[in-house]
Write a protein that binds this ligand. Structure first.
Ligand code: NVA
Length: 303
């Protein structure tokens, strides 16, 4: 299987995603088989926002595939300010073989992909975090054997992470329930896209603001209540969001055996320290799999 870009979850079909996950597990199991997969390739990592896991897992992952990576942060200001996004993309393509970008606006990423002539990977945007979702569904495949018909509830703020979880899950046949406080629901256009995908795969997608819907779930997932670039103070959110905190009572009520978090975790806010540190938490499996899943994407882009 080969890919042109990795920009948004819904741009891959079920077979492509299953192949990416299978290949990611193979890379994790047999890393030496892929040690030269990116030999002679240089990948630019362009980040408009902070990063720990994404930056380091791409950097070390590219090295494990025999490639070279170059990180560029915000020293040139926001993309599109100093020069056109299309010109940035065309310049990068003069020297490098692919672009990994973390951006404020998905439209910037799409514009880069349109003009670069080399593959572009979404390392998080306002709308999606597909590298995270791929690592998450890889972790769930390893934990449960398959994600088909798996009941997963995302609880918290409707954001890039929940969008990717719901879209990719709907393609793969997982039953995703997204529960948010009123006013923090996922983007309706993406919900409608996910509904269509779920219909096709036979999955059930549920969007709710009622925390009582967190029942009969095998997996609970949460993320920060305040995403990067949002200057809301957490004190302003506590009243609305505290009923949606992941704690041991909620885990028991949901009947879930696994809890997920993309990290960074804000302990005692969206999740208690007790649950985050518990045996049920697979947050560090998700973090580890970021590298293997991204390497699978990179390998497929250069096949
Ligand atoms: N929703 C979070 C994810 C961080 C990995 C953010 O966009 O900041």
């Amino acid at each position: 299987m080969s890919l042109q870009h990795f920009l948004a979850d819904q741009l891959q079909d079920k077979q492509q995603l299953l192949d990416l996950i299978e290949q990611a597990i193979d890379i994790k199991t047999n890393p030496s088989k892929y040690a030269q997969a990116l030999a002679g390739k240089s990948i630019v990592m362009l980040f408009e926002k902070p990063s720990l896991r994404t930056h380091i897992s791409f950097d070390i992952g590219i090295q494990k595939l025999g490639g070279h990576s170059l990180y560029i942060g915000q020293q040139n200001g926001q993309l599109g300010e100093r020069e056109r996004v299309s010109d940035v993309a065309k310049n990068l393509a003069c020297w490098s073989d692919a672009i990994v970008a973390r951006v404020f606006k998905q439209s910037v990423l799409d514009e880069m992909a349109e003009h670069a002539g080399i593959p572009v990977i979404n390392a998080l945007s306002d709308l999606y975090h597909p590298c995270q979702a791929l690592a998450d569904y890889m972790a769930l495949t390893e934990t449960f054997g398959s994600v088909e018909n798996l009941n997963i509830a995302y609880i918290g703020d409707g954001n890039n992470v929940s969008n990717s979880l719901m879209l990719m899950g709907s393609i793969l046949g997982a039953n995703v329930t997204v529960i948010t406080p009123t006013g923090y629901e996922p983007d309706p256009v993406l919900v409608s896209t996910a509904q269509d995908l779920a219909e096709k795969s036979g999955a059930k997608l549920t969007i709710s603001t009622d925390i009582e819907d967190a029942k009969n779930q095998q997996v609970i997932y949460t993320d920060t209540w305040i995403s990067m670039g949002d200057d809301t103070k957490v004190e302003q959110l506590l009243e609305k969001f505290m009923p949606y905190q992941i704690n041991s009572q909620l885990m028991a009520k949901a009947g879930a055996t696994a809890v997920m978090h993309c990290q960074p975790a804000h302990l005692e806010q969206e999740i208690t320290t007790e649950v985050f540190d518990s045996e049920q938490s697979i947050a560090f499996l998700q973090a580890e799999n970021r590298m293997w899943a991204q390497n699978s994407v990179l390998v497929s882009l250069f096949k």
